[in-house]
Design a protein around this ligand. Sequence first.
Ligand SMILES: [Zn+2]
Length: 471
Amino acid sequence: MSEVRLHDTLTGEFRPLIPLRDDVVGIYSCGPTVYGPTHIGNFRSFLFADLLVRHLRWRGLPVRWVMNITDIDDKIIRGAAAAGIGIDELADRYLEVFLADADSLRMTRPDVLPRATEHIGEMVALIATLLERGHAYRTDDGSIFFRIASWPDYGRLARLDPEQLRVGERVESDEYAKDDVRDFALWKAPKPGEPSWETAIGPGRPGWHIECSAMSMAHLGPSFDIHTGGIDLIFPHHEDEIAQSEAATGQTFVQTWLHCAHLQSSGTKMAKSTGNIARPGELFDAGVSPRALRYALLAVHYRASLNHSDASLAAAAAALDRLDALVAALANYVEARADDPTVSGLLSDARAAFGAALDDDLNISEALAALFDLVRELNRRIEARSISTDDGARALALLRDLDQVLGVLPEVGDDLAAELQAMLDERTAARAARDWAASDRLRDALLERGIAVEDTRDGQRWRRLVEAGGG
Ligand SMILES: [Zn+2]
């Protein structure tokens, strides 16, 4: 049994993670709408889900992670029309950008990335059930709405009074004749110039909310463990998902709801509508390292709002410098002496503190504090040369182990690392050949790339000076 407990938005309580099944922990994350490059506010929400997935796997749990791709909705239809291309072409283009950015940010690839247009059949079946059970109705034009009056629990997730719902809210489809202004569209009748499908419930296209119910249940079953998203999705998107899913199946849709707070920039929520968005590609072009951006987006607890700034990126880069320097020092560490009997306790305590912090609703601040306490202690012992070569190797193995969860250390085979390693190797060879001119030239070239080299009795040691903080 895992010791993991998570803050559930629906009950407002911390719930122990008790998986519904032995063989799989089902996690569904609302994914990107692929009508443009995904901004880093969205990536914050995806990376918190990545942290959750990595942590649970590190704990030995068999996670199945599903993240949908919304490839049909109003924004995609408008974007495709504006670009003079089909919706598939637009969606394919930005799905590729999303995946490339996600890879740069070392987001674990979800086990399934279902596309909405490939699940129309499941959506239609769900809507047909809701019609049959009286939770949905058809309007004159052939659109289908969920009847909120038929679902007394509506509003529980968002803690809203169902009677007050949606009054004053922008009603997305005034043109449809709904019975009740609160009701939401499950199926939209075809309109000229819009894609539509011929189906058993008539021609048309799905509303956005039904997509996530159909895709999550198709890949995880009618009841699954964890659903994640940004807090802006609580209402109406997730409220609607619960209503339509539970009304159709009669089962509890999701055990635990997790919501990630907003990413702020200059004090306001990062959103396309406010125009203060930053995209990964733009930041990378400006010299921000993907690892530093990942660290910056992960290092603040997911339920706390995070301010994106040059200072937060610089702090992330500085933290990575310390980790990189320690990894490099341990990789080069040689000391022929007996093992220090206190090292194994030091390492196992650090591992336990790191894991316990993440078990506690992904308390990343405490987990990082445990990690950096260890970094400080190891640096002290390396400096004092009080640990053996084997102790150093065990410490490095532990850092790699913890990095299964964090995903921020330089990877072996990393292009940049490989290039730098080649230069470092060349310099080692130059020094062995007593070619001091070449050695100095390479030292200067490395310095230009932000790598300081130092010659020690163990040979050359290097550390990263400053990673580009970006502008
Ligand atoms: Zn969703």
